[in-house]
Design a protein around this ligand. Sequence first.
Ligand SMILES: C[C@H](O)[C@H](O)[C@H]1CNc2nc(N)[nH]c(=O)c2N1
Ligand SMILES: N[C@@H](Cc1ccc(O)cc1)C(=O)O
Ligand SMILES: [Fe+2]
Length: 534
Amino acid sequence: MAAVAAAQKNREMFAIKKSYSIENGYPARRRSLVDDARFETLVVKQTKQTVLDEARLRANDSSVDPEIEIDETSTQKSGEISEQDTGLTEEEVVLSNAIAEGPEAEKALQRAALILRLREGMNSLSRVLKSIEKYQGLVCHLETRPSQNDNNQLDALIKVEMTRITLLQLIKSLRQSSSLEHVTLIGEDNISAKNPWFPRHASDLDNCNHLMTKYEPDLDMNHPGFADKEYRARRKEIAEIAFAYKYGDAIPFIEYTETENKTWGAVFNTVLDLMPKHACAEYCRVFKLLQEEGIFTADHIPQLEEMSNFLKRHTGFSLRPAAGLLTARDFLASLAFRIFQSTQYVRHKNTPYHTPEPDCIHELLGHMPLLADPSFAQFSQEIGLASLGASDSEIEKLSTVYWFTVEFGLCKESGVVKAYGAGLLSAYGELLHALSDKPELRPFEPAVTAIQPYQDQEYQPIYYVAESFDDMKDKFRRWVSAMSRPFEVRFNPHTGRVEVLDSVEKLESLVHQLNTEVLHLSNAINKMKLPSYQ
Ligand SMILES: C[C@H](O)[C@H](O)[C@H]1CNc2nc(N)[nH]c(=O)c2N1
Ligand SMILES: N[C@@H](Cc1ccc(O)cc1)C(=O)O
Ligand SMILES: [Fe+2]
């Protein structure tokens, strides 16, 4: 029983390391709601701590095979509990848990990296290498450097390949050696901060759709659909489509009910009324286009597929269905590929003026018009690119800025305050509130805005106003370029892949490509200047 539970927990620990978000060691985030995020991080930490503690206990009482002889410099017999044993790293716990799964898992080959501090310099190193040999391990890579805190000591990074069980035995035996000050196992993929996992291609987004469960009608008593069984069933039915969706599929057609279309119609007509006075010019321009194409009409909800095709034609953006509110990390990542993850279900009919979770009315009426605007589309992709591989605290900040701009932003237009945020243009109740004298309006300043806590159940008490739409984008860009991520990324439109710009060759070929484009642009200017052009 205990073993089964241990294996299960172990799988969870491994799961933390697999795909984006949670599985890749980025803690699950309750969006950028600052307090929620803190809470969640704490819970994840506590769970991890428990797993670690339990495994440490187990590692201490089921020790290495006493038959295997250890390093001659060892000060302890194997099997005895060494003090250092209690200091297993997370990777060591994962390793020993993996071993506990059974004889096959035990013999599986494992690549790993060890960091050692050698007390007696190169002399200790030769002993270490001998030990590795004794355990039939393969040394794949070796680096040393003088240790930072002591003159005679040497730090070594050794990458090895060996079976899991012998790896664990090796670590234990090395730990007992008096010639080593410390021995740390680190996961192979943890070696380089320059190389964290993040989606490199739109197909990887199949792993980037982690939901936040907080605002689901099944769970949240304040959700407008909580008491309505039929609504909840419908919401689930539509969510299933998103769960089954894979990259490359066409977006399934939804036969919306009369009630759903009516809810859309009510929101649509009100926004249509308010728009000329309250929405920014870019929004109004595309809104008209969408009406002309027959996609935006009061009588039915547009299908995601037709909207996706419209976006593709204008900015290369496309849609993929999402089952609900996504984590900020996963949501932002898709923007890097000019993909917007959109919900497909409709808000509850009783609250057309505002809903606590994004629904397709919000996505369609709120987000789509600006995503069809070239400059805004580019800006959205930049936010997405900035989020790839960013630290948790940076994701927190990016999503907070996203919240106060893309979701709830206001900007001045010839001195008049207008709305461009999607959460305002899809919720007329909030739109009117934002432009009344009730909320506090503050000037948009990315560094300050990025740390402003917020909630999304009620209307916002604070909005940030940009001097202009363009000013907002400029300020954002400058702020993002100061972020601490140690590498730069670029979306390659030819391959559809995100590349890390980390080699001279890559940059040279890029410069070459850009030079060619600049040449064509200046040719175009010269041709327009010719008298024959007129
Ligand atoms: C990034 C930021 O947190 C933002 O509010 C995101 C979160 N997750 C989302 N998930 C979905 N489905 N739709 C959205 O508009 C958003 N917005
Ligand atoms: N409040 C928005 C929907 C929304 C909810 C939560 C979000 O995080 C974003 C958008 C509306 O009524 O249209
Ligand atoms: Fe949104």
